[in-house]
Structure formats: C-alpha cells, structure tokens
Design a protein. Structure first.
Length: 77
C-alpha cells in the first residue's frame, strides 16, 4: 500500500500491492466514510476507490490496510 498524508493529517491511498506482487494504482477516491466490511470483517475507514476502471472498497483499520478481493466466476484464489 502506498499512501499520501497531507499537512492536515488526511490519508489518501495511492496504490495497492496485491499478494502476487502486482501493484495497482488507485485511479480515483470516490468517497471516504467509517464502516465495517461485511465480507471479511474488520471496522475502520472505508475508501470507495477505482482500480482498473472498477470500484472496490479499501479499508484502513488501526495500522493495517485491506481490500475486499473480487473473485470472478470459475476463478478460485
């Protein structure tokens, strides 16, 4: 995870490095709010972001970041 922290202390995610080492730039931050992940658990600040033209949710909880993985039909990770 690459993030930028501005002079007011606000965090903006810039890119995500996936488990296989691939780095995906975050094209756009759509919204930021506090919420829980219904898929994987956890509670923190939720960033609705666009990666590869698709919207997904990125969470910042305490000192860790996590993203809800998208699984396509027939693909098992």
């Amino acid at each position: 995870m690459t993030e930028r922290i501005d002079e007011d202390g606000r965090t903006r995610p810039m890119s995500v490095q996936w488990w296989d080492g691939t780095t995906y730039p975050i094209e756009k931050v759509v919204s930021v709010c506090r919420r829980s992940s219904k898929r994987v658990g956890g509670d923190g600040v939720c960033y609705a972001v666009v990666i590869n033209g698709r919207e997904t949710f990125l969470y910042h909880e305490d000192l860790r970041w996590f993203v809800e993985e998208k699984i396509t039909d027939g693909h098992v990770c």
